[in-house]
Design a protein around this ligand. Structure first.
Ligand code: ADP
Ligand code: MG
Length: 233
């Protein structure tokens, strides 16, 4: 399930100006890795995740996931790819307020051809005893756990996490990172995490730094630290 991004360009038209959100971005992500994407606001981090996950199209270059070439897929195939391969986690948990924990996770399960077991998934994220609660009855960290379960139950090949700890306090953020690491180790899921926090970079196998749409640096951590040791900026 290697992800190979090769020379990808993506622009947005914003009135009269063209914003070059990705400039010749190239990147290789190996199976079962945790990859952190660092960089200032507006540097193209979310755009990179969105093109890898098949949310957005791009103008030139190729993205290959396993042997599939996203650039040549028609829209319906790209939707199918996204459902089966990619799980998205956002800073805002995007839970449906009128559905219980279990019903929110069921939304993810129904999208998948090959879903995981509901009870097991609830237990894995530590939310089994709160499965009948509604989002407003949960803390931020618990809501993010539900969002992770909703992505995880699809049994995705990779999780794309866009600032997953951005709205959480330090301790809760560490628990979410620990859960993502546990998912990576338990299921072998590749995890890409966008963050502003250099410390989160230290727990990843690979760190990518972006600036003005370019991937300006890529390096591997020889011995990634545990989430507990993450220093928060
Ligand atoms: P980051 O996640 O690093 O903050 P983004 O990938 O969101 O960066 O954005 C990269 C650039 O593309 C920014 O200049 C941003 O304003 C622009 N951009 C992102 N999404 C859109 C959009 N839907 N329409 C127009 N411009 C966009
Ligand atoms: Mg972003």
């Amino acid at each position: 399930m290697t992800i190979i991004v090769n020379d990808v360009n993506k622009t947005y038209a914003s009135g009269e100006v063209t914003i070059h959100a990705l400039r010749n971005a190239s990147l290789k992500v190996y199976d079962h890795k945790i990859v952190t994407i660092l960089g200032p606001s507006g540097s193209g981090k979310s755009t990179l995740l969105n093109v890898i996950g098949g949310i957005d199209r791009f103008e030139s270059g190729t993205i290959k996931v396993a042997s599939q070439d996203l650039s040549s897929m028609k829209d319906s195939d790209l939707t199918e790819f996204r459902r089966n391969y990619a799980g998205f986690i956002f800073q805002q948990y995007n839970l449906i307020p009128t559905l219980t924990v279990e019903e929110n996770i069921e939304v993810g399960r129904e999208l998948s051809k090959n879903p995981l077991d509901m009870k097991d998934t609830l237990e894995k994220v530590g939310m089994y005893d709160k499965k009948d609660k509604f989002p407003y009855q949960l803390s931020g960290g618990e809501q993010q756990r539900v969002a992770i379960a909703r992505a995880l139950i699809k049994n995705p090949k990779f999780l794309l996490c866009d600032e997953p700890t951005g709205a959480l306090d330090e301790n809760t953020g560490k628990k979410i990172l620990r859960l993502l690491k546990f998912v990576n180790e338990t299921y072998g899921t590749t995890v890409l995490i966008i963050t502003h926090n250099q410390g989160i970079g230290e727990m990843a196998h690979t760190v990518i730094k972006m600036s003005s749409g370019e991937i300006v640096e890529t390096y591997d951590n020889v011995s990634p630290i545990e989430p507990e040791q993450v220093k928060w900026a």
